[in-house]
Design a protein around this ligand. Structure first.
Ligand code: ZN
Length: 237
């Protein structure tokens, strides 16, 4: 039969394990929420990048249009001048200016087409990025809500588990608690059965003294601990 103190220690250990499990789950929630928020931020950033790209291309297009406009103004001016000059040399010189300006306009128009093509691409990219966020945002938000609800329920559950731990500690004496706590801080289980002469924690053979103590066959009634790992050991009949 298990000594009453060990029965109490096993109850405490059980409740401590539950408390630790809840604490670990609770600790994971903010990380999970941050991961979802990170996804949202990433999708928003993709939209923002596409928006900036589009804006830059549009302002580039405006610059090109201004250049074309001013070149066309020059062209008209040269043509008027050419119609007024009398000297052949002046006529020729203006003809050269007209040609050069026409060439420049052609080049600008080529660039304008290129930019227009890029604008089309950027618009598609922007729409695609927006669609990704739109498609995912409801799911992201639902996930965050679920995680927040989970955090709240885990918090409540943990409070209950902590209270149960306190209840389990109350019937135990100070030295027993101290010993248990010292072992438990290194990790549960702190109380393990001896099976086949081996410690249930480290699986190494315990000495016959320890085994006798665990069987309750020693007179001092002290709690038995494993020679190897220091865990509290008990005899499981
Ligand atoms: Zn051991």
């Amino acid at each position: 039969m298990l000594a009453p103190v060990l029965e109490k220690l096993l109850i405490l250990q059980d409740r401590d394990a539950k408390r630790l499990g809840l604490e670990a789950q609770l600790k994971a929630v903010p990380r999970d929420i941050a991961a979802v928020e990170g996804k949202i931020a990433g999708e928003k950033a993709a939209i923002e990048t596409a928006r900036m790209e589009l804006r830059e291309l549009e302002s580039h297009k405006k610059i090109i249009e201004t250049e074309i406009g001013s070149a066309e103004g020059k062209l008209a001016k040269y043509r008027t001048q050419q119609s007024l000059v009398r000297k052949n040399e002046e006529f020729k010189a203006l003809g050269h200016e007209i040609e050069t300006t026409q060439g420049a306009i052609g080049e600008w128009e080529g660039k304008e087409l290129e930019v227009m093509y890029k604008i089309d691409e950027a618009k598609k990219k922007f729409a695609a990025a927006e669609a990704v966020l739109k498609a995912n945002i409801a799911g992201h938000e639902a996930r965050i809500r679920t995680l927040q609800e989970r955090e709240a329920s885990l918090g409540a559950e943990l409070k209950g588990a902590q209270a149960e731990v306190m209840t389990a500690r109350s019937p135990l004496a100070e030295p027993e608690l101290k010993l248990y706590d010292r072992i438990a801080t290194k990790g549960l289980p702190a109380c393990v059965p001896i099976r086949g002469g081996k410690c249930g924690g480290c699986h190494l053979k315990v000495s016959s003294e320890v085994e006798s103590a665990a069987r309750g066959k020693t007179s001092d009634g002290k709690l038995a601990t494993c020679d190897q790992c220091g865990r509290l050991v008990y005899w499981e009949s």
